[in-house]
Design a binder for this molecule. Structure first.
Ligand code: GDP
Ligand code: ZN
Length: 462
């Protein structure tokens, strides 16, 4: 186990809460707390059993001035999150009180934790592996229940276990290679070892491919489905956006709502996080194409995971509608035929024909009709009943995805080489590299600087 100084931070989210927690971790955690803590019976925290909670007051050491009434938990390592001694101080909420408590702790020997430092210690002390540490980060940022489940099962070590199995198989391949190198003169050794190597390598390859298949869903769960509302002016695009935002609890995000001319609203539709992409002014003025120019809007559309394509029930399809059908034809889209409270002028058969099997939903946003059906359609489209965050291993982390792609390339090279009768020591290089790359996912072959960069992305106090 590593030796570290004692760190402290407020570990509850910023803002006013009923309680807030100041967390300390490190060798001195308990003695620092003991210096400022006074219970009715003047308990000595250094002598209390581990994992116990104590009521009392925090006081200034010199003046004895009472700073705060607290409940204080003492947890001795290694059965703690960081594996170090941990003290958690529950105090009344409110920024002022909490920071007074933190200041008191810092004045008495603890150091302010860097962002992610608690999790980093958990990792360095072997409590969790890197993919689990990243899952903690995802958990903090999780935008919906489903995303939360993915993060939780990753933290559970599901991904780590699978990666471990893959690396074990690669070690077995390498063992076969060794046999081959050691007995090059025997032809039948090669005949026996190559098929075994191929079998195991192909298994590793197919497992990596399976993981990568989950990655688009994983990314969606984490970052929200990028959803563009498209349609010509006045069909009800802004009304649809507002209704989706109002009906569904908007998701709180740390991403600023407005970045120059793009507005993003996060909403949770039936467990699917949507990032509704709009352009500033789209509400007041015209459609997306006109507003941000053909090039930009093409780009926005191309990056969209889902298009909500709105047409008007009260008008026959126009040239522009037909052009938009052409624009979206390669994309994931749902046709929303809006304004069903007005007279029908549109030919719905024509709409269905143009939609070529894509879902068509009729709505009257004005009268709040059809929105539920639209939400069902959105959810169905991405979860078709086949995806259950509970029992699949998902990859949603961009770094993991990039590494899996690299690993896939390397193991494919190895397989091709083995099939082409390339000397085994060449195969050995590719297999070893695959093993290393997979190791980076769980943090086994990671350099320090990369580690620091990773952990600094965490929220303070975690
Ligand atoms: P956008 O230009 O596509 O964003 O359209 P808006 O959302 O600004 O809506 C244009 C007009 O249509 C507004 O006056 C809305 O109140 C109206 N509108 C939107 N949805 C409906 C609907 O379902 N029925 C009716 N009758 N009017 C609607
Ligand atoms: Zn509008």
């Amino acid at each position: 186990m590593f030796e570290f100084d004692t760190i402290a931070a407020i570990s509850t989210p910023p803002g006013e809460g009923a309680i807030a927690i100041v967390r300390l971790s490190g060798e001195e955690a308990i003695s620092i707390a003991n210096r400022v803590f006074h219970s009715p019976g003047e308990k000595n925290l250094l002598e209390v059993p581990s994992h116990t909670i104590h009521y009392g007051h925090l006081q200034e050491v010199e003046s004895g001035e009472v700073v705060e009434e607290v409940m204080l938990s003492v947890m001795k390592g290694p059965k703690t999150f960081t594996r170090e001694d941990v003290v958690e101080i529950n105090c009344h909420g409110g920024i002022v009180t909490v920071s007074r408590v933190l200041q008191l702790i810092l004045r008495n020997g603890a150091r302010m934790a860097e962002p992610g430092e608690f999790t980093k210690r958990a990792f360095l002390n072997g409590r969790i592996d890197l993919s689990q540490a990243e899952a903690v980060m995802d958990l903090i940022r999780a935008k919906t229940d489903r995303a939360m489940n993915v993060a939780l099962s990753q933290m559970d070590g599901k991904l780590s276990r699978l990666i471990g199995d893959l690396r074990q198989a690669l070690v077995e391949v390498l063992a076969q290679v060794e046999v081959n190198i050691d007995y090059p003169e025997y032809d039948d050794v090669e005949e026996m070892t190559i098929p075994l190597m191929l079998e195991k390598s192909n298994w590793v390859k197919s497992e990596i491919e399976k993981l990568l298949q989950t990655s688009s869903q994983g990314k969606i769960l984490r970052e929200g489905l990028s959803t563009v509302i498209l349609g010509r002016p006045n069909v009800g695009k802004s009304s649809l956006l507002n209704s989706l935002v109002q009906e569904n609890k908007a998701i709180v995000t740390d991403v600023a709502g407005t970045t120059r001319d793009i507005i993003e609203e996060y909403v949770n539709v039936r467990g699917v996080p949507l990032r509704l992409v709009d352009t500033a002014g789209i509400r007041e003025t015209e459609d997306i194409v006109e507003r941000i120019g053909v090039e930009r809007s093409r780009q926005v559309l191309k990056e969209a995971d889902l298009i909500l394509f709105v047409v008007n029930f009260n008008q026959a399809l126009t040239e522009e509608d037909l052009r938009l059908f052409e624009t979206v034809k390669e994309m994931n889209y749902i046709v929303v035929v809006n304004k069903t409270d007005l007279d029908q002028q549109i030919d719905l058969n024509e709409v269905h024909q143009l939609a070529k099997g894509h879902r068509v939903i009729t709505t009257s946003i004005l009268q709040e009709e059809g929105i539920d059906a639209l939400e069902d359609a959105i959810a169905a489209m991405f979860f078709e009943g086949t995806i259950d965050a509970g029992d699949a291993t998902y990859v949603s982390n961009t770094r993991h995805i990039a590494l899996l792609h690299q690993a896939l390339e390397r193991i494919s090279d190895a397989i091709n080489a083995a099939e082409a009768d390339v000397p085994v020591d060449m195969i050995q290089i590719d297999v070893t590299r695959t093993w290393e790359i997979l190791g980076e996912i769980v943090g086994d072959t990671m350099q320090d600087s990369l580690l620091n960069q990773l952990f600094s992305q965490f929220c303070l106090g975690k």
